[in-house]
Design a protein around this ligand. Structure first.
Ligand SMILES: [Zn+2]
Length: 342
């Protein structure tokens, strides 16, 4: 087994190295590096890239990366794991989703060597890491003030990605089209199977999302035969959703939520009431489809037209299954901090 060469560094078989890729300089001339943890195994196998915080305020994925890097023993690993806990380091230090010029890094791929900051960072990430990977797991959370039920997003045209999605073991798998400039579309172009994990809310730790994410990444590594052992936790049978939509408010006022994340709702069901703050009549917000609530706004005030609930659609005969499966999932991953083992 040979050493793993990345940029100017070499990682010996059965070892872990921190590699710093010079990404940019700040106004004060301070260097900014893209920090990669490489765990190089003792046997041949896939090269998996696990990355988080392409949106700088999405923190659950960073903690998932940290735990995975500490839990995986490179002397028992087949293949190589490249872990990048913070891709958008500029957004991370500013607690912002975006780059300093307000661009979205996830619209900057494949990037360019001579472009603006985002393009250059995307280019570095693409050429040094993405193009080395045989499989990619991209970790995200909901936007600020919006929570997501742990879910996998995948382009169902890619068979290997579908297998990874199923192995991850979370309640909902959503089919998504590739969006221009995203890491997902770059991976599709390069024909690298990618799954995207969405869970929790920006700027918050959600321990259900984190634990499920750590187990999910580990399960995928086991599916790819990089790690030995059985997949962890009770297996959930995910709902495969072909499409999703947002239910919006049709008036202004306070939001009284009547449905929660993970709940199965049927078409026409009242899922919130919008009440004027000074009293008087409230109006009903109804689910426009049958499905499962996979995303919700956490702000209890709204203007007309604002998105309140994100619902993944499925046939009504799948509803009992979806309910049972979310219950199993919630039981397996209670939302509480667990003591650190390192
Ligand atoms: Zn994101």
């Amino acid at each position: 087994m040979r050493a793993f060469q990345l940029h100017e560094s070499k990682v010996a078989p059965g070892s872990r190295e921190s590699i710093y890729l010079p990404a940019a300089r700040l106004y004060n001339d301070a260097p900014m590096d893209l920090h990669v943890e490489v765990l190089h195994g003792v046997k041949r196998g896939p090269i998996v890239l696990v990355c988080a915080a392409i949106h700088g305020d999405e923190l659950n994925g960073i903690e998932i990366c940290r735990r995975v890097a500490n839990q995986v023993d490179p002397t028992r690993l087949s293949g190589t794991l490249m872990i990048v806990p913070v891709v958008n380091m500029f957004g991370f230090i500013q607690q912002s989703r975006y780059l300093p010029d307000r661009r979205d890094l996830n619209r900057c791929f494949p990037g360019s060597e001579r472009g603006a900051l985002g393009s250059r960072l995307a280019y570095l990430f693409n050429t040094v890491l993405v193009q080395r990977a045989t499989h990619i797991i991209d970790l995200h959370t909901g936007a600020i003030h919006r929570s997501n039920l742990p879910q996998i997003r995948v382009n169902m045209d890619n068979e290997v990605a579908c297998e990874m999605a199923e192995a991850f073991n979370c309640p909902v798998i959503m089919n998504v089209k590739d969006r221009d400039g995203s890491l997902r579309s770059l991976a599709a172009e390069l024909n690298i199977p990618l799954i995207l994990y969405e869970a929790g809310e920006a700027l918050r730790f959600d321990y259900t999302a984190i634990e499920a994410g750590v187990n999910g990444v580990t399960n995928v590594l086991k599916m790819l035969k990089m790690l030995k052992g059985r997949r962890t936790r009770k297996k959930v049978k995910p709902v495969w959703a072909q499409r999703s939509l947002w239910v919006r408010s049709d008036s202004d006022g306070l939001v009284i939520k009547l449905a929660e994340l993970g709940q199965t709702v049927t078409r026409g069901q009242v899922i919130a009431q919008i009440a004027p703050p000074h009293g008087g009549h409230s109006s009903d917000v109804k689910a426009s489809v049958t499905g499962i609530v996979i995303g919700a706004s956490n702000i209890p005030v709204t203007n007309e037209g604002e998105a309140l609930f994100h619902i993944a659609c499925f046939d009504s005969n799948e509803a009992p299954l979806a309910t049972e499966m979310v219950d199993t999932f919630v039981e397996a991953y209670p939302n509480q901090a667990v003591p650190l083992h390192d």
